[in-house]
Design a protein around this ligand. Structure first.
Ligand code: NAP
Length: 325
């Protein structure tokens, strides 16, 4: 018998409020559930931190700069934690602190992320390392370090992936590769930690106005990048101009409130979905669903085990029925 079973569901439920279908994080008469959000200084991480704290979670909010830590500490129900997801010592210190504070930990939101913009044949290996160090090794390090606390609480991990975990656009190759890796990581980890009643959930946002574009541009500038030297000069210049507008809310890229709502649902619903695609407009959903269907067609064609149209539709109906159960 596993040690988590030995602890007993009743004790865990009393400690962490686990197992209730509430819409508030806090059960009457019980302590607030504690969660950690990485990359809480801006964008999706900041909005998620605010929403979870408003709805009764106690949020450990990871950030790197002192001004961001101070701003997060000023929010009710939020405790800022100095946390760079590429620095193992800071991760270890965060685990130690959270364990010492005695609230336990019900959830981790692996949100910290960066984007690298470059044609793959011109991409420096150091830039690819940077992309994977934050977006892929970051969640890997964080989830590994906090797994014992999450297994004690039979808690949840929410990985902020992207529709780029399905799509593979030009000039976004490094970013798409990292988010495809996050998708695979999420699904494998979900199977493994499912044995310990820990749920692992992927959230796939479309475009939302955050600081991500500004951060891409800042890094290109720091590295003295000159798009006119690229063999994709026109496309790179267009992309860079688009990035400059990324933090301005538009219909196609609104503030990330819906993403924060999806994370809240993933952490509070009794039966959360395994994946939450959250997009602001139909077109972004269409691209993504179409790409997934293209893969179905691609895998089905040109070999001796091809399924008929009827068999494919029967399989689709079966999956739709399962997902609506
Ligand atoms: N915005 C979108 O349209 C969109 C769409 C799909 C997925 N996403 C994903 O959403 C997540 C959040 O991005 P965002 O759009 O909200 O961008 P953002 O505003 O730039 O936020 C990124 C956050 O990650 C933090 N971060 C970067 N490197 C870090 C590191 N080494 N250690 C710890 N934190 C680090 C940043 O902290 P600093 O302030 O210290 O740099 C910031 O808090 C990312 O995983 C991104 O890929 C975004």
């Amino acid at each position: 018998m596993r040690w988590s079973q030995l602890l007993g569901a009743a004790v865990l439920a009393a400690l962490f409020g686990f197992g209730s279908a509430n819409t508030q994080a806090e059960e009457p008469g019980s302590a607030a559930r504690a969660v950690l959000v990485t990359g809480a200084s801006s964008g999706i991480g900041r909005r998620t931190t605010e929403l979870l704290a408003e709805r009764g979670f106690y949020v450990y909010a990871g950030a790197r700069k002192q001004e961001d830590l101070d701003a997060l500490d000023a929010i009710d129900n939020v405790a800022a934690v100095r946390l760079d997801v590429t620095v193992q010592d800071e991760i270890d210190a965060a685990v130690e602190r959270i364990r010492a504070e005695g609230r336990g930990l019900f959830g981790v939101v692996n949100n910290a992320g960066v984007a690298v913009l470059a044609p793959l044949i011109e991409l420096d290996e150091t830039d690819l390392d940077f992309q994977f160090d934050v977006n892929v090794y970051g969640p890997f390090r964080i989830s590994k370090a906090f797994a014992p606390l999450l297994m004690e609480s039979r808690g949840r991990i929410v990985n902020i992936s992207s529709i780029s975990g399905v799509l593979s656009g030009e000039l976004y190759g490094a970013y798409s590769m990292s988010k495809h890796a996050v998708e695979a990581y999420t699904d494998s980890l979900a199977r493994e930690l499912g044995h310990f009643d820990v749920k692992v959930i992927g959230v796939e946002p479309g475009n939302y106005s955050t600081d991500i574009g500004r951060n891409v541009l800042q890094r290109l500038e720091e590295r003295g990048y000159d798009p006119s030297k690229s063999i994709f000069a026109d496309n790179m210049e267009r992309m860079i101009a688009g990035m400059a507008d990324y933090n301005e809310p538009t219909e196609n890229s609104p503030p990330p409130d819906d993403v924060a709502e999806a994370v809240f649902d993933a952490l509070s619903s009794e039966a959360p979905k395994e994946h939450y695609m959250v997009v602001p407009v139909q077109r972004q959903a269409d691209y993504t669903i179409r790409k997934a269907l293209e893969e179905v067609v691609r895998f089905n064609e040109g070999h001796r085990y091809t399924l008929s149209r009827e068999q494919l539709i029967a399989m689709l109906d079966e999956l739709l029925a399962e997902s609506r159960r």
